[in-house]
Write a protein that binds this ligand. Sequence first.
Ligand code: BGC
Length: 512
Amino acid sequence: MGKLVVAAAASGCAVVACVVAALMVGRSVRRRRGWRRVVRVLEELEEGCATPVGRLRQVVDAMAVEMHAGLASEGGSKLKMLLTYVHNLPTGNEKGIYYALDLGGTNFRVLRVRLGGQRSAIIEHDVDRQPIPQHLMTSTSEELFDFIATSLNDFVEREENVSKPSQKERRELGFTFSFPVKQISSSSGTLIKWTKGFSVEDMVGKDVSQCLQQAMSRKGMDMRVTALINDTVGTLALGHYHDEDTVAAVIFGTGTNACYLERADAIIKSQGLLTTTGGMVVNMEWGNFWSSHLPRTSYDVDLDAESPNPNDQGFEKMISGMYLGDIVRRVILQMSQESDVFGPVSSKLDEPFILRTPLIAAMHEDDSPNLNEVARILKETLKIPDVPLNVRKLVVKVCDVVTCRAARLAAAGIVGILKKIGRDGSGGIASVKTRNGIHNKMRRTVVAVEGGLYTNYTMFREYLNEAMGQILGEDVAPYVIIKVTEDGSGIGAALLAASHSASEVVDSVQLL
Ligand code: BGC
């Protein structure tokens, strides 16, 4: 009897053990299958985002071709190639106190800049920065500009109380408005369209300076907008102020864009454009660049289709800070739907823009052995807890693929500009004979860069710099310098307000 009980118990245990073993095998088979599926998603992403140098060179050529087309006729290209009427970059002789207003990203800033009259002598500048209240990004132009004018007024009062004596002359303001604007002069222009999540509908087609001027009048302020500029133009102005070899400027922030110094006679669409310097800064609005050579994935297609501006700003949606995090979110969502390596699909993965780019930078650059930062962000932001290490590594890889593509395409864009203006070395490098032998000689070319994506995201910066070297080659690359300017979008506006102020020649640009 006793033996029977023991035997029955033993066979019962064996059955349980078999069931447990079968369950474990089943689970591990499922896990392996799930893992294979997410690896496939990653491989497809890598393939879709590939940017070998050959492809980057095609993007360089396409950028240069589109630049020509955009300069040839209005609407000739997705690149708007907007005239800025800025033909004189600051010389360093600018003197006096100027205000600047910077509106264009997540923050809005007011600055007061004292210029000393000698290059590099920006004696002081004070800044007030505040986030734009979300509701104002989609409100009316009057509400938005009243808010701006109030903040500006408070700032002026505060500043002038502190730094007596108060200014008797009319104050002058440089306004950096970082959206596509059809300039009518260097101090006025109408908004073509909004980007970066702004959508104040009644503003489109309106004169931006006038809206600000009217709001300032409503506040009883005595201030005149003497320069209306894009942030890229402010960056170029500050870059050129410090280094005269600066010929182009690029922003990698919430949005992305570039401007450069063009020959006036190359701007065919404005035939007869006369400037005293024979040149003009062109705002490319390269965020809207498009080419069939751009490596596009289904994630980009979906992001675009679900955005408030489909078929618009295609390059920006692959490159800029506003979108990179959301591409990564979409990939993780896909992985999570295809397997259970992230556990049950988190509803947070469905929320657009929940994974902001600073978070993907933090995950990408997590150098702790257990990727604790990745685990923390997945848990706190996406509500995905307890992710094993191999899956955390996978997330890092996704960030890497998306950021690497963005940075390399950005590099190709920059070389495209250099190609257009003959500074990419493709025309050959002159050889100069000296006593010590033959030396290659090429003009030094500086590109001013600003924006948190470049300055705060080390991997983006390193991938971009590496790709510049690969595209240009080792003979040419040393002559092309990417230089970070600090606060060009603010200080540059004050500099241009100074060089376009009443005391300077204002109407030295004519359209015949
Ligand atoms: C805007 C540009 C701006 C860029 C960087 C883009 O979305 O269209 O005008 O220069 O963002 O701020």
